[in-house]
Design a binder for this molecule. Structure first.
Ligand SMILES: Cc1cc2nc3c(=O)[nH]c(=O)nc-3n(C[C@H](O)[C@H](O)[C@H](O)COP(=O)(O)OP(=O)(O)OC[C@H]3O[C@@H](n4cnc5c(N)ncnc54)[C@H](O)[C@@H]3O)c2cc1C
Length: 310
């Protein structure tokens, strides 16, 4: 397979753009909100078939081995096109964490199943009463022979109802200082004793879940890193998440939809609309980018264009 790092950024951008324009389902562009698995799985499988699903993973593990610069180009091109985010906790969190800390058996078992889309991952960190102060978590994992027995509740687990697996933190040593007695565990969400309950939000969507654990038995082999040292594993995992923050895609998509709507409604000349639109985009000066794509995106509000200084 091509080593894309040998290409110039421009050549790689052209290839990425062409790949997305050829393969991304046209009716799934600029989805507002979070794409459901049923909407986005074909794109996941396409990325997987063509070897583009894990751009940052090493090539020997089925990734593209992209440099950080090339990875940003790939993300930008997806966002420019309005491609929806695929379920990516496996790709962006679990895979890299296992490559750094997992056993060879864990790497060999989980990574291929993440690549193929067979395993979709949710995170089980937060609990009622353990959010910002995550280390106060109370879900327990008691060692019983070669197994952990898990009891407790997780909350705000993003898309757990559409996931097959969870990576989670449990308290395995109640006598240790609170950051020390925690372990990082992987488990299938169809393990007996697990109940996943979607949380319906104020607009009627369910993107998050409560997950209940009632004497859930998991092999000790599913613990990542040493027992009781899960806090360090979680910090490693959270380091991989930083890439996902600060994307301009969501507000850009909303502004795009608004500008298109305004164009159709003949509001592009309306001073009140232009003023409000400029205020909205002006407050986000740092994320309105002058890529060729976004210029076209705002064409419908072209009379307002001078206000977009990027
Ligand atoms: C989009 C989204 C997706 C999420 N997905 C997941 C997921 O998949 N899995 C998961 O486990 N969790 C998930 N979470 C939960 C998230 O990690 C928690 O919301 C976060 O840890 C904050 O916890 P909390 O909501 O209980 O807020 P709290 O801890 O109750 O905090 C509420 C407010 O009080 C402030 N505050 C808290 N403590 C102090 C203090 N000591 N001093 C001063 N101010 C304080 C906080 O800054 C905040 O403003 C998600 C959250 C969001 C928003």
């Amino acid at each position: 397979m091509t080593d894309h790092n040998t290409m110039t950024d421009e050549a790689f951008r052209a290839e990425a753009r062409s790949f997305i324009e050829t393969h991304y389902p046209p009716d799934k562009r600029h989805i507002i909100g979070r794409a459901r698995w049923s909407e986005i799985r074909e794109w996941y499988f396409t990325l997987s078939r063509h070897g583009w699903i894990a751009p940052a993973w090493p090539r020997e593990h089925g990734g593209m081995g992209l440099s950080p610069g090339k990875l940003l180009v790939w993300i930008e091109e997806q966002e420019r096109h309005g491609a929806a985010r695929v379920p990516d906790h496996g790709i962006n969190m679990v895979g890299p964490t296992l490559l750094q800390i997992g056993t060879p058996e864990q790497v060999a078992h989980y990574l291929p199943r993440i690549l193929s889309g067979e395993h979709l991952w949710a995170r089980g960190y937060s609990e009622p009463g353990a959010g910002s102060d995550l280390a106060s978590l109370r879900t327990t994992g008691d060692v019983d022979g070669s197994e952990l027995v898990i009891n407790g509740q997780k909350t705000w687990s993003t898309m757990a109802h559409e996931s097959t697996h969870m990576y989670m933190l449990v308290r395995t040593d109640r006598s240790a200082p609170k950051h020390r007695g925690i372990s990082f565990v992987l488990l299938p969400l169809d393990t007996p004793g697990i109940t996943v309950r979607p949380i319906r939000d104020i607009v009627g969507e369910a993107n998050f879940c409560d997950v209940f654990f009632d004497n859930v038995r998991v092999p000790l082999a599913n613990v990542v890193g040493p027992l009781h040292r899960g806090w360090s594993v979680a910090k490693t995992q959270l380091g991989f998440e930083r890439l996902m923050h600060g994307s301009p895609k969501t507000p850009e998509n909303l502004l795009l939809r608004l500008s298109e709507l305004a164009g159709r409604a003949g509001l592009a000349d309306d001073p009140l609309f232009c003023d409000r639109f400029a205020q909205l985009s002006g407050t986000s000066k740092t994320w309105v980018r002058c890529t060729p794509g976004s210029r076209r995106s705002y064409a419908a509000a072209s009379r307002c264009r001078p206000m977009f200084r990027c």
